[in-house]
Design a protein around this ligand. Structure first.
Ligand code: GUN
Length: 284
């Protein structure tokens, strides 16, 4: 059993990004810029947003965080997105999810210029991924594909099972594994006998958001297990979806929480933002 070290992989890629960014700034005279919009006081979102801004700084990007009160209106947000779409300093725009319930997420994501949609959530970019012509790919599944590549795990011809069907993780994950020639099954809360399906998986991705969801009896001997969960256990300790101590001995590879998928997500965001800036530089 080998542990997939997302922290070390992420650090190595960020070092590459630092060098690429320095070269980019030297030849173009401007830095890649990311704008993050955070509405309300969700504690997890506040941590994510702080980490995103810090990561930008580390690799030499320009970044700005728009922290807005819970009471912000849809019209105010649309206005802000319009201004950022037109702002030459900004190459990536990210609206931190989830949003307060009175806001229309779909309309806001649709308003972001697709060429600045570094989260890959705009229907244009979702469509490009669906037809196999990826533009910006959502960061968490992109990070998982990068981990698989760097650990020499090839989905070609493998049985891949994704548990969870969110727009942020499950759906794009299934598309990427399919594009890599995996045979993909997606399970969700209406699936009958999920355990029978997960037991067939060579590559098993859990993106459910429930501590202790994936138990040892649900995993085939020698499987690759990828844990996207970010949960708190009974003692308030950070944990994933996977019952790690029981599942790990059965796996060929497994990602821990923390230190697995998590660190890769922000790294892919940086990668997408640099790519967006490069696209812009080419047009100038
Ligand atoms: N909330 C949880 N994950 C993400 C993400 O990747 N991007 C954004 N914008 N919000 C999130």
């Amino acid at each position: 059993m080998q542990i997939i070290d997302g922290k070390a992989t992420s650090a190595a890629i960020r070092q590459e990004l630092r060098e690429q960014t320095a070269a980019f700034v030297k030849s173009n005279g401007f830095a890649p810029g990311l704008a993050v919009i955070l509405v309300g006081e969700d504690p997890a979102s506040q941590v994510y947003v702080r980490n995103k801004a810090r990561a930008c700084e580390e690799v030499g990007f320009y970044s700005e965080v728009h922290r807005l009160p819970e009471s912000t209106t849809q019209a105010e947000l649309l206005g802000l997105i319009d201004r950022l779409n037109a702002d030459e300093k900004i190459h990536g725009i990210l609206v931190q999810l989830p949003l307060p319930k009175h806001l229309d997420e779909g309309e806001l994501l649709l308003r972001i210029a697709p060429e600045k949609d570094v989260d890959g959530f705009h229907p244009c970019n979702v469509g490009m991924l669906t037809i196999g012509a990826p533009a910006f790919v959502p960061c968490t599944p992109a990070g998982i594909m990068e981990l698989l590549r760097r650990y020499g795990i090839d989905p070609d011809g493998k049985r891949c099972v994704v548990v969870g069907r969110s727009n942020i993780v499950g759906k794009p994950m299934a598309l990427l594994l399919m594009a890599a020639n995996g045979t993909v099954t997606v399970c969700h809360r209406h699936t009958a006998n999920t355990e029978a399906l997960t037991r067939e998986a060579d590559i098993l991705v859990s993106a459910v958001g429930r501590a202790h969801f994936l138990t040892a009896d649900m995993v085939k001997e020698g499987a690759v297990v990828i844990d996207v969960g970010m949960n708190r256990d009974e003692n308030g300790k950070l944990c994933g979806d996977v019952d790690f101590d029981a599942v790990a001995p059965k796996c060929s590879y497994i990602t821990p929480v923390p230190g697995g998928v998590g660190p890769m997500t922000i790294t892919m965001l940086l990668k997408n933002t640099l790519k967006s800036a490069e696209n812009r530089a080419q047009k100038l």
